[in-house]
Design a binder for this molecule. Structure first.
Ligand SMILES: *Cc1c(COP(=O)(O)O)cnc(C)c1O
Length: 364
């Protein structure tokens, strides 16, 4: 199999040095191993701008969805009601979780290319006094739209709600002041902007909120409260921890710091994204999300013509060393290009040359 770079929203292309951390098999109850977990937890709090007296970081086995579900099942009791804001497939997934768990919930939906509207959210919050929690996705990876954290966190504070943010594809790549915004639960995973490999997710949680969640979870393995209680003692995970992934993640966090932290990574991603959008526009391929609400993470592009074959396009690009992503919209034919991971300007330039070449061949 020929190797390629991933232009997908995760798993993504990681450094050789991150992958090399996985060449050694570690023991789960060994003190040195447990101290890696503790180091990671404290670095995550730093990235979130959160103090250890107010916030804690809990790691959870599985992909990112498992971590989101662990919050939904552990933090929202049968007496609570959650308002779920959705403008994409990941918002819909949270609604699906609410259905599975049997939570009281209200769904607020907008078009996939639109922001949620403050006035409409206000009227829901004014009318429905039962709402205790609000959940929203930050960067909706479905389209690449970046949802307004300031607005939702302002509303959440004003109305005194518990705020849950799925920041899976943004945390580590976009600065998020978790404490300043008053986010109570922020969820992300190992294989997105921190550039680790897949295998666990994590939750940055307000200690005050999480401490009140004992006995709420309807799932044993996804009980965030219990996971926290166990891990907080000495860094020991409940059940088998993904040792290789943890070691790689620790290295990835160090490399994020070496790059210059979240602000430097944000600049690299933003530059990649700007270049991508500009070059694609010149080629004549239109982005689905308008510039002002576009994230620096992933971009959705509309098929340039009715004759366009994604399969052919994908194979052509893959043969030349890059892998892109299919679209996730029903009404419009689209494809997606991620620009996170070990991806630099040269990669975007090269990709756009390949795409230009393809369009030229197709036009003949
Ligand atoms: C990647 C992602 C998830 C989690 O997906 P998994 O496939 O379970 O890792 C959740 N929400 C968003 C916004 C994502 O980008």
């Amino acid at each position: 199999m020929n190797s390629y770079k991933l232009l997908t929203p995760g798993p993504l292309t990681t450094t050789r040095t991150v992958k090399e951390e996985m060449l050694f098999d570690r023991c789960t109850w060994d003190d040195e191993y447990k101290s890696i977990t503790q180091k990671i937890r404290s670095q995550l709090l730093d990235l979130a701008g959160a103090e250890a007296s107010q916030y804690t970081a809990v790691l959870m086995q599985g992909s990112g969805t498992f971590a989101v579900e662990s919050v939904m099942t552990s933090a929202i009791s049968d007496k609570d009601k959650v308002l779920i804001v959705s403008n994409g497939a990941y918002g819909e997934r949270i609604i699906q979780m609410a259905e599975y768990i049997g939570l009281h919930y209200a769904a607020y939906r907008t078009g996939y290319d639109e922001h949620p509207k403050e006035e409409e959210l206000r009227s829901i919050l004014n009318e429905d006094q039962c709402i205790t929690h609000i959940a929203m996705v930050h960067c909706e990876t479905t389209t690449g739209i970046l949802n307004p954290l300031d607005m939702i966190s302002g509303l959440s504070r004003e109305y005194g709600k518990t705020l849950i943010i799925d920041a899976m594809s943004s945390f580590g790549g976009i600065e998020i002041d978790v404490a300043g915004l008053g986010i109570d639960y922020l969820i992300s995973s190992a294989n997105k902007c921190i550039q680790g490999v897949p295998g666990f997710g994590f939750v940055i949680a307000s200690i005050e909120r999480l401490a009140a969640c004992q006995g709420i979870a309807r799932s044993l393995s996804l009980d965030l409260y219990d996971q926290w209680r166990g891990m907080d003692k000495d860094g020991k995970w409940r059940y088998t921890s993904p040792t290789h992934v943890v070691a790689a993640f620790s290295k990835a966090l160090d490399e994020l710091m070496e790059e210059g932290g979240v602000s430097a990574r944000f600049e690299r991603y933003r530059n990649n994204n700007r270049l991508l959008r500009e070059r694609m526009a010149r080629i004549g391929i239109r982005a689905y999300i308008a510039e002002p609400v576009q994230s620096p993470i992933i971009t959705t592009f509309v098929f340039p013509s009715d004759r366009f074959s994604f399969e052919q396009f994908y194979a052509y690009i893959k043969d030349r060393g890059y892998v892109i992503y299919p679209g996730k919209l029903t009404e419009v034919d689209t494809f997606r290009i991620g620009n996170i991971g070990e991806i630099y300007e040269q990669d975007i330039e090269r990709l756009c040359e390949i795409i230009e070449e393809y369009m030229g061949v197709m036009a003949q």
